[in-house]
Design a protein around this ligand. Sequence first.
Ligand code: SF4
Ligand code: F3S
Length: 104
Amino acid sequence: TYVVTEACIKCKYTDCVEVCPVDCFYEGDNMLVIHPEECIDCGVCEPECPADAIKADTEPGLEKWLVLNARFAAVWPNISNKKEPPADAEEFQGAEGKFDQFFS
Ligand code: SF4
Ligand code: F3S
């Protein structure tokens, strides 16, 4: 599966949802997640993210993000249409330590 990681937090560009053939993105206040059981591993969303937030779970160190994606995909609403990013999205692009903003 592919997973959405920290770089999405507060950026939420939503380019990813437009290309997913199985509409397996789910939307929280500050980031999106991928439902790991719905993702068909096609990989087309990965290069679409301007924040480089989408990773294959074969990359090392993503266990925490895989758990977070699975947990919140089960409860957040589905999103399949691109929408405007937050007005301050660019300020957060590439910022460190964004996990602190997850619940803000
Ligand atoms: Fe959707 Fe493919 Fe990305 Fe999985 S890898 S989330 S199926 S676009
Ligand atoms: Fe997030 Fe990138 Fe999609 S910032 S909403 S994973 S395009």
